[in-house]
Design a protein around this ligand. Structure first.
Ligand code: SD4
Length: 294
């Protein structure tokens, strides 16, 4: 906050506040919360509403993003977040999540099975352990020790259907055909059935002006067992710097990790780029740095 104030005093109007930078540069005033942003749209509107309820009541950005993304985690019909999501190629639903607050506190879980809210477990890792990430069985045992129920391992009907379909060819095709979708305006994957991934990442600013972010996913559908994407990796799938801004990512995690995507976006904002410019530069970096045979 102090740095944002300082930036304002220096008159560097284009320095990003991560969310709401336009308001910042247009008026040269401090961006005011509350604000909430999340990836994708249709499903995210309900998630944003849950976050908004908390922000509106002067709750913290941290509580807001946790409650917001939990809407997707609890949605049994979601292809790609929570226990109803698509499994890995061995038929197991494995979940990844990360959370970060305005004090640079971080928590993450990866390859977590049979636990309903990976984001809550990630928050507990942040708040109750000396570590920042727990994976696999250890993460599961920790969640249970903190009161989470160990759910039965069953696939949702839609996930079973998609998995059966996938098994026919057992092809791993995480690439989206954007051109086929008519450009970058991506349709809702639940309607089109054409996407095999769809994470929710959410960033928020509360009335105090503090930022937090959360990211949760089942990762790529039909991924290799043990594969992790960007979502549980701080700096890749999520980054929050209360002095500058926040970013979260969705898409092909391998590429986001390659460029430390969310951290890169925040660092570019720190250098004076608007959020939009920073995202564009990160995408350009990704394009330039991805090995050509990938
Ligand atoms: C991953 N980034 O595991 C996630 C997938 C995703 O929309 O974002 N899907 O690579």
């Amino acid at each position: 906050m102090q740095r944002r104030e300082l930036i304002k005093l220096l008159g560097l109007g284009t320095i990003a506040a991560g969310i709401g930078n336009k308001a910042f540069s247009a008026t040269n005033k401090k961006v005011k919360g509350p604000l909430v942003l999340s990836t994708w749209y249709n499903q995210s509107v309900t998630a944003n509403l849950a976050a908004w309820k908390i922000l509106e009541a002067k709750g913290t950005a941290l509580d807001a993003v946790e409650a917001g993304v939990q809407v997707s985690e609890n949605d049994w019909g979601n292809c790609c977040v929570g226990l109803g999501a698509n499994p890995d190629r061995e038929g197991h639903v494995t979940l990844d999540a990360s959370i970060m607050n305005h004090r640079y506190e971080i928590g993450a879980v990866a390859a977590l099975e049979r636990i309903k809210s990976p984001i809550h477990t990630a928050r507990l890792v942040m708040e109750k352990t000396p570590h920042v990430m727990l994976v696999g069985l250890g993460a599961q045992e920790f969640a249970v020790s903190q009161g989470a129920a160990l759910e039965k391992e069953v696939l949702s009907d839609h996930a079973q259907k998609s998995y059966d379909e996938w098994l026919k060819k057992s092809e791993y095709q995480p690439i989206m055909n954007i051109e086929k979708q008519g450009g970058p305006h991506m349709p809702d994957p639940m309607e089109s059935g054409e996407f095999n991934h769809d994470t929710i990442g959410m960033i928020a600013m509360d009335a105090e002006g503090n930022l937090s972010g959360a990211c949760t996913t089942s990762g790529m559908g039909f991924k290799m067992r043990g594969r992790l994407g960007d979502s549980p990796i701080i700096g890749a799938g999520l980054y929050v710097d209360n002095e500058v801004g926040a970013a979260t990512a969705t898409g092909h995690g391998e590429e986001v990790i390659r460029i430390c995507g969310s951290f890169l976006v925040v660092e570019l904002m720190r250098q004076g780029h608007s959020p939009e410019q920073a995202c564009k530069k990160a995408v350009e970096r990704s394009k330039a740095k991805t090995p050509r045979d990938r």
